[in-house]
Design a protein around this ligand. Sequence first.
Ligand SMILES: [Zn+2]
Ligand SMILES: [Zn+2]
Length: 164
Amino acid sequence: MRKWLLAITAAAAQCFSASAAAVSSPPMDKSCPFHHQEHPREVREQTQSAEILPHFLDTVAPHIREIYRMAAKNSALLKYIACYCGCGEKDHHIDTLSCFIFKEKPDGSIIWDKHAAECGICLDTAKTAVINYQSGKSIKEVRRIIDERYQKGFKKPTPTPLPD
Ligand SMILES: [Zn+2]
Ligand SMILES: [Zn+2]
């Protein structure tokens, strides 16, 4: 119990110092080719279910909305897929699902995250993962495909656990 509490405190402290650092960093993200101008961080919106997409997707291209739908339907898969866009270090994402969905609540409502709508790497990762999964590959195989696809020339992956 005591250990558990300590771990939580340490994680909270880490999170705090990381977000403090983020505030002082320049708003323009030159490292991401998909971001051409300053973008708001962590835009989130809650809807009642995975069937209802957030308003921040109203104006994006239809294929982006489609990938958000795919991500919501395949959350159990994307929890095991690492993201290589750099969001692990910058935004504390833990897996590819975090790039689309901040939280799936027990009552079925979803807190969506806007990050992936503006990130080609996240969109490609989720789409590639879901297509491969739907073609019959196991979560483990899909994880390997994504890890190989993004092995070279990309950022450090999110700290995503491997599937059993
Ligand atoms: Zn990501
Ligand atoms: Zn991303």
